[in-house]
Design a protein around this ligand. Structure first.
Ligand code: DAT
Ligand code: MG
Length: 150
């Protein structure tokens, strides 16, 4: 168990469907600390960099066009096991296989409209945070820290 930072993003469908507040709220209530937050419409090149590992997949053009169809809301959450736990909170890539208590399991039905993104490893989280927050993050001490951690 370690303190980590993870990059979580509400995709254009999540923004359009008014799910930004709920997704932020789930991480906030879980006890994670928000250290970066922005709405962005970064364009195709940036999105292709974000998903570079998937560039050979048949669904890649559709994925980029979906991601480029409206603004996204990116955030960085910090806390115990944030990367792995963030993925659990998001649910499986295919919403039909997601736990119903997860974000995708509660709000999505199709893999190509799965509402949110979350870093899959600590290394990728660091890369994604640099890509989306080149200006850096916010360092602050949460007053709730001693109520979240023993
Ligand atoms: P995740 O978003 O769970 O990390 P991923 O990194 O494998 O999943 O893929 C990135 C996104 O690409 C995923 O959220 C939705 C889309 N995607 C993945 N597999 C797909 C498929 N088989 N068909 C269509 N879109 C897919
Ligand atoms: Mg992924």
């Amino acid at each position: 168990m370690s303190t980590e930072q993870t990059y979580i993003m509400v995709k254009p469908d999540g923004v359009q469907r008014g799910l930004v507040g709920d997704i932020i709220s789930r991480f906030e209530k879980r006890g994670y600390k928000l250290v970066g937050l922005k709405m962005a419409t970064p364009g195709k090149d940036h999105l292709e960099k974000h998903y570079a590992d998937l560039s050979s997949k048949a669904f890649f053009p559709g994925l980029i066009s979906y991601m480029n169809s409206g603004p996204v809301v990116g955030m960085v959450w910090e806390g115990r096991d944030a990367v792995k736990t963030g993925r659990v909170m998001l649910g499986a890539t295919d919403p039909l296989k997601s736990d119903p208590g997860s974000i995708r399991g509660a709000y999505a039905l199709e893999v190509g409209r799965n509402v949110c993104h979350g870093s899959d490893t600590v290394e990728n989280a660091q890369k994604e945070i640099k890509l989306w927050f080149p200006e850096g993050l916010n360092s602050w001490t949460s007053a709730a820290y001693n109520w979240v951690y023993e």
